[in-house]
Write a protein that binds this ligand. Structure first.
Ligand SMILES: Cc1cc2nc3c(=O)[nH]c(=O)nc-3n(C[C@H](O)[C@H](O)[C@H](O)COP(=O)(O)O)c2cc1C
Length: 489
């Protein structure tokens, strides 16, 4: 597919952020065989294959999205490379003989809007123009052109099976490791305790916030110009925008702290600026926590209110997740070690971690919802779509244990997958081991190798430490200390 923003556009679609009430899929929930047997897998497949028109006028070819997964693959040029292309091409591939798109939407791993506050040493930073763009404009131009070409190749790979490709945009704030910086920035100087891996952040000054909004907007423009169909603003999982939303990490006394409308101000400013930058015909999504799952944190009622504001702002899709580095709820749907808001039993039964929240939220907003976390079967996905609450199902880890899992799900052949239990016996290290386990699978998929489900927990821990130390330090030394950001145009 080409990078044309008109590709996949709804005929007479609602353009310019106009409101459409997104309905759930209206299909017969079951397929009845001639002998009377009811086949729920076939029914779920039908539901998954329904296209979804978005407010911006684009149409998702089906309801299955590969959720964002950080690739950790870029080098000191902060750019996508051949491994990114191979990874997204593999995920994009339909099954042989299947004429439809494999997955409907590929959301990239988070690309960062600031090289000084990365989520991983392997992150892509589309705005990167070299270490001294201000003093060396010719070299900055060459870096910009190289970045644009690399992003174009990545977009083309991600769209090669007929999917739409959106870039997830983020700023890591305090969740940026010491390998990358000794002085991360955050809403307030509230540290993150995790084996000493994260330095205590400095509170952002109010006058620095417009620069952050600008970095999101300019990055969004760069990626859509490179052929991506849209962007997703990452306001979940404890990264900077999510830190602003949470009263635990946001203790500001200015217009960006205190009342919820103040804590949401930066996110809403980013959403407006990004829309302005990409125009009405590209997709704009947000990933939001249903809750932080921490006492005194961002809670479900507040998430509903923020979702309402995002709906009114005219976004195209709202993805629901939950948790942060302190509570990895997005990986299991519940708070570890003393949950004050554990996963509801009803959600567990329906496999998606945040299903009950999505059902409640559906009553309040008209924006289409994407639900991610825990989907493992066609039946589970079909149930969520049929509920009318959810319009897109997001899957992440199944695509690492079987890179064709999405294509198989659409064909009604998704294998049941056992998720590994990753543990080295120490909770804080377990989270890292888990990240390393999955990162190893990302790299194998990118290299065209088969995943290794029995990669051990300790191996995962070693892998992530080596990767983040190597790439994080290399990138840290590739940029200048105190470099101005965002760079001049
Ligand atoms: C290797 C890996 C990397 C991830 N990176 C991101 C990311 O960059 N942005 C994000 O929003 N979520 C990220 N996630 C979380 C997933 O998008 C998803 O919310 C979570 O894995 C739950 O979905 P699942 O049960 O289908 O795996 C990542 C997950 C994995 C396994």
């Amino acid at each position: 597919m080409s990078g044309s923003p008109n590709q996949g556009r709804a005929e007479g679609g609602a353009a310019g952020g106009a409101k459409i009430r997104a309905e759930g899929v209206a299909t017969d929930p079951t397929v009845r065989h001639t002998d009377g047997r009811i086949d729920r897998t076939a029914a779920a497949t039908t539901e998954l294959r329904q296209p979804l028109p978005l407010r911006c006028g684009l149409i998702l070819p089906n309801r299955l999205a590969k959720a964002a997964m950080t690739e950790r693959l870029s080098g000191t040029d902060y750019a996508p490379n051949a491994l990114h292309e191979a990874l997204y091409r593999r995920w994009a591939a339909p099954l042989p003989g299947d004429s439809g798109a494999a997955i409907g939407l590929q959301i990239t791993g988070n690309m960062l809007v600031d090289p000084r506050n990365l989520e991983s040493g392997g992150n892509i930073v589309p705005l990167w123009q070299g270490a001294a763009p201000q003093t060396n404009p010719a070299s900055a131009r060459a870096v910009r052109e190289g970045m644009q070409a690399a992003l174009q190749r990545m977009a083309a790979a991600a769209k090669s099976g007929g999917a739409q490709a959106w870039v997830q945009l983020s700023q890591a704030g305090r969740q940026c490791s010491r390998f990358n910086t000794a002085r991360p920035v955050a809403p307030s100087a509230v540290g993150l305790s995790k084996l000493g891996l994260f330095a205590r952040p400095r509170a952002l000054r109010s006058e620095e916030l417009p620069g952050i909004v600008e970095a999101f907007a300019r990055t969004a423009r760069i990626v859509v110009d490179a052929g991506f169909d849209g962007v997703q603003v990452h306001a979940a999982h404890g990264y900077l925008l999510s830190q602003f939303l949470s009263p635990i990490t946001n203790r500001r006394t200015d217009a960006y702290g205190g009342a919820l409308e103040n804590r949401a101000r930066l996110l809403l400013a980013v959403v407006d600026a990004v829309r302005e930058a990409i125009g009405p015909g590209r997709a704009l999504a947000v990933k939001l926590n249903s809750a932080d799952f921490q006492r005194g944190g961002f809670a479900e009622g507040e998430a509903m209110q923020v979702a309402g504001w995002l709906d009114a702002a005219g976004i195209d899709l709202l993805e629901i997740s939950g948790g942060s580095y302190e509570r990895l709820a997005f990986f299991d749907g519940k708070a570890k070690g003393g949950a004050d808001a554990p996963v509801r039993a009803s959600s567990r039964a329906r496999e998606a971690y945040f299903m009950a929240f999505a059902e409640q939220l559906r009553q309040q907003v008209s924006v289409p919802l994407m639900l991610t976390g825990g989907f493992r079967t066609a039946e589970g996905m079909g149930h969520a779509l049929r509920s009318g609450a959810v319009h897109v199902v997001g899957v992440a880890r199944p695509m690492l244990l079987d890179p064709a899992w999405g294509a198989k799900a659409l064909a009604g052949q998704a294998p049941a997958l056992d998720m590994p239990r990753i543990s080295v016996g120490l909770r804080q290290a377990d989270d890292l081991a888990e990240a390393g386990y999955w990162d190893h699978q990302v790299e194998r998929v990118a290299r065209g190798l088969e995943p290794v489900p029995d990669f051990g927990s300790w191996a995962g821990l070693m892998h992530i430490t080596k990767r983040e130390a190597g790439k994080g330090l290399a990138k840290r030394f590739a940029r200048k200390r105190n470099m101005p950001w965002p760079p001049e145009r």
